[in-house]
Design a protein around this ligand. Structure first.
Ligand code: AMP
Ligand code: FES
Ligand code: ZN
Ligand code: ZN
Length: 300
């Protein structure tokens, strides 16, 4: 067994892509410092910013909330209660308990009150559940942040999320994607700043951190996540990573450094405002308000 690079005691983890073995105590310390460095590297935010952490109840977002508070940032939580049966109820419980343990403010948006429960909305459209879900979540992250005076929204996306999405979009040569994804998107065109402080940490690393910190997160997947595509790309990347450690991180970081600047678009500046709710949109009425019209046609 390898020894911890810092204290030479028995290591509990070896990260080949960093050529780094660490014991329990020094892994936690490393993880928090690495997050701090990523925040500084991409100039995500400072201690003067008001950060809203979007928390799903999963390991990544709860770990992120904890790390940000430990590092002394001003970070509160936002949970969007989607109404996906028991799954949402259990996630909500985990998030509420966690907020209590942090003694932090948690904002809960109940989709049922705003529109309807997600399964009922999905029934109205031809779009896939995850796409509707993404739309209502992004809408609420932005809207709630502005209403409640937060200037930054942070999500728990990790390296596996970002690299697998990148791979899928490269395989389709989706140029729009290549110009849009960056771990910090500045405030622009009615959107608050969006950041992903775990973008350089793998899913294994965030899971280990959550476990060591004793975070009680929801392990089950959303019942709609049958879409195996992203899981499939994550598996492929892990196979490549096994053969040549460091590929995943390099693939993502070289994209940020070499590809993103070439494809970067300014299309957000051209966005208008929804005439119903005032949120940014390409058309006259935003996607969420259009859903609302379908649910209550007489409201218009
Ligand atoms: P996902 O798209 O489910 O992989 O989630 C990506 C990130 O979005 C998570 O790390 C959270 O930061 C955020 N998120 C997902 N679901 C919710 C939710 N119901 N409420 C608030 N934030 C969420
Ligand atoms: Fe959004 Fe599953 S959490 S569709
Ligand atoms: Zn050690
Ligand atoms: Zn609207």
């Amino acid at each position: 067994m390898k020894k911890c690079r810092v204290c030479k005691r028995r290591a509990i983890v070896y990260m080949p892509h960093h050529r780094l073995a660490l014991c329990r105590e020094h892994f936690t310390e490393w993880f928090e410092n690495y997050t701090k460095k990523t925040i500084k590297e991409f100039r995500m935010f400072t201690k003067d910013d008001r950060i809203l952490v979007a928390v799903s109840g999963g390991k990544d977002s709860l770990a992120l909330w904890k790390v940000l508070r430990k590092l002394g940032y001003n970070a509160d939580g936002l949970y969007v209660h989607l109404g996906i049966g028991e799954y949402s109820e259990r996630s909500r419980e985990k998030v509420e308990k966690f907020a209590e343990s942090l003694d932090a403010r948690l904002i809960v948006v109940d989709l049922k009150e705003q529109l309807a429960e997600l399964p009922n909305i999905v029934g109205l459209t031809s779009r896939e559940a995850c796409s509707v879900c993404g739309l209502v979540k992004r809408y609420n992250f932005n809207k709630v942040a502005k209403e409640e005076g937060y200037n930054v929204v942070a999500t728990g996306h990790n390296l596996d999320d970002e690299a697998s999405a990148l791979l899928a979009n490269v395989l389709n040569w989706n140029e729009k994607y290549l110009g849009r994804k960056f771990p910090v998107l500045e405030e622009e065109g009615g959107f608050v700043r969006k950041v992903k402080p775990f973008c350089k940490l793998t899913e294994k690393e965030t899971a280990l951190y959550a476990l060591l910190e004793g975070i009680d997160f929801i392990e089950e997947e959303c019942p709609y996540s049958e879409d195996a595509t992203s899981v499939f790309y994550k598996e492929i990347l892990n196979k490549i990573e096994e053969r040549s450690p460091g590929t995943k991180l390099r693939f993502y970081l070289d994209y940020l450094r070499k590809v993103y600047p070439k494809f970067k678009t300014e299309d957000k500046k051209e966005l208008g405002r929804c005439k119903v709710c005032g949120e940014p949109t390409m058309g006259e009425v935003c996607g969420v308000c259009r859903l609302k019209e379908r649910l209550t046609p007489s409201a218009r």
